[in-house]
Design a protein. Structure first.
Length: 243
């Protein structure tokens, strides 16, 4: 769905009505149809919903004061919302599979991150705005400044989130947001890396450099090398401290 707004169920139903209608619709018509579907809404409430959707670019006035029509952006947003709902349903089993409580280590999560973040880095190199690059730079500078003296796992998350956002692919961004809830980018994992003196921040610098240069192949390669190095860090820690 579009990044402009987050849909509520009632708003989804309203957009569906416009998508399936061949004529402009007004507030009173929408209110009556929603009531038939079990959504009790006053015409004033419906009016606010329509204004919200219009301001988001999903609806437009028909030019004759008879009502509104859905826009191409509205159709795309509705399709994306449905796609993300299907992905969410499909990832229920994935979440169970990679839940931290079921893992002996973080390797499975990293395997999934490798698939997702290779793509986000590649697309970010193609699509990141100057403002987004400056945000990445600011986060990375804070990482570099604080790595030796404090915990920076939240900065690590924010840096990777900024890349996912800059990729402007809502499916990949959605999947990454699912993954960060799995517990890999945690203080515990940062502790592990510190124990073996892993310098992951330098890998972030390589990734950002490729994104700045708009070199999608180099950005993807740098991200994959970064994830691979994290896998190596876990294996090193396991070999040294556990076995």
């Amino acid at each position: 769905m579009s990044a402009k707004k987050t849909f509520e169920q009632r708003e989804i139903e309203v957009l569906k009505l416009f998508k399936n209608s061949t004529v402009p619709l007004g507030s009173w018509q929408i209110a009556n149809i929603l009531a038939d579907q079990g959504f009790q809404s006053s015409t004033a409430t419906v009016g606010r919903i329509l204004n919200k959707l219009e301001n988001a670019g999903y609806l437009q006035q028909d030019g004759t004061h008879r009502g509104r029509l859905i826009t191409e952006e509205g159709i795309k947003a509705l399709a994306m919302d449905q796609h993300l709902r299907e992905i969410t349903a499909q990832t229920i089993n994935l979440e169970k599979y990679i839940a931290p409580a079921m893992l002996d280590d973080f390797l499975t999560v990293l395997e999934v991150r490798r698939i997702i973040e290779g793509g986000t880095a590649r697309l970010a190199a193609l699509r990141a705005t100057q403002e987004e690059i400056l945000k990445m730079e600011e986060l990375l500078e804070r990482e570099e400044k604080n790595y030796r003296t404090s915990w920076i796992n939240q900065l690590d998350v924010e840096f990777h989130k900024s890349i996912a956002k800059a990729a402007k692919n809502q499916v990949l961004e959605h999947l990454y947001m699912q993954i960060i809830g799995m517990g890999q980018q945690t203080a515990a994992f940062e502790y592990l890396r510190k124990k073996i003196n892993a310098g992951f921040v330098s890998k972030h610098r390589e990734i950002l450099g490729a994104i700045k240069a708009k070199d999608e192949e180099k950005a993807e390669k740098a991200m994959l090398q970064h994830i691979d190095s994290l896998v190596g860090d876990i294996q090193t820690y396991y070999d040294y401290y556990i076995r």
